[in-house]
Design a binder for this molecule. Sequence first.
Ligand SMILES: *Cc1c(COP(=O)(O)O)cnc(C)c1O
Length: 396
Amino acid sequence: MFEQLALHGGSPVRPLLLPYGKQQVEEDDIAAVVEVLRSDWLTVGPTIEAFEEAFAHFVGASYAVAVSSGTAALHAAMHALEIGSGDEVIVSPLTFAASANCIIYQNGTPVFADVEPDTLLLDPHQVEEKLSARTKAIIAVDYAGQPCDYDALKAIARRHGLAVVADACHSVEGRYRGRAVGALGDLNVFSFHPVKHLTTGEGGMVTTNDAELAQRIRMFRNHGVSTDHRQRAAHGSYYYEMVTLGYNYRISDIQCALGLSQLKKLPAFVRRRQELAARYDEAFATLEGIVPVNVRADRVSAYHLYPVRCRLDALDLTRDAMYAALRAENIGVNVHYLPVYLHPYYRRRFNVGPGLCPIAEAAYKRLLTLPLFPRMTDEDLMDVIAAVKKIIRSYR
Ligand SMILES: *Cc1c(COP(=O)(O)O)cnc(C)c1O
């Protein structure tokens, strides 16, 4: 006898929805924010530098520049690399739209290269296929938390005089051939949105070993002005110069206080994600019907996400049916991602459509993201596994 699916009127595996991701903010995080609120500097103050220095040290990069979001960090990276009209930037399609939008902010052209079938990471061979005389940079996305093949990407970049940007919004604390995420690309971009590994509410960071790129990003986040308010205050000077067109992409000291406090817990947060992911892997290893994304032997994933692919051939079940069935069981599944160029804006503006990156498109049709966040309990995990098994049993 099969248990009746919640979708068909049976009782759900759990009474309340388990979200796919959630931040973890504790009393000491709150106290750190309150302390800054009582201080003289709510923004452009010393807590921003303290967060930047701690983050740079944590990831092993020479410089870190904090900005208002991961998207601002990507835009700043494109500006620092002087991407402009006529320039092409190769990017993975299986990502959040911001990874490619940043190219368009600078009037550059995003060129989508397909992903590897097992890891769903930007495929270096596909990158080579998409190179042209106009190519200026590669944006590699560490999908779900696994670092891309940076040695291969950097070898291509070296041969053709390109820059490599790591969109590491999923992968802080990940490792590639023993090296930490944060200095694998020429520029490395992080997000501190609440679903990410550590949060500042909204916020982002760029890390680099290049002093000049770091300085360009510092100016870009502050209207293109060459000195900041606090430097001028220290020298008692009113004079400042705007030397390039920048934006207000500043992060506040209030946010950085939260970030600094969260950073201390980051290793424990990521360890818990890895532990939960290992238990998912174990549960699904012998389960016909879904396949986790492969993590290569030379990588450590930081597991921002735990995506699986539904084996549509093995089951009389579509991804959307599986999604609806899991939702009915109160398992908060999600889908990451619709290939960027299939969004209506991209189709219209770049005259693209299905067929551009077949591996990413085929993956999208089968992908489901299961809940994963540090505070998830072992019981929550067992609920997810039970719901997946219950649905697969009833469709096989
Ligand atoms: C979250 C995310 C971003 C954007 O970060 P925000 O802080 O939300 O602006 C960019 N790229 C990827 C891959 C992301 O997951």
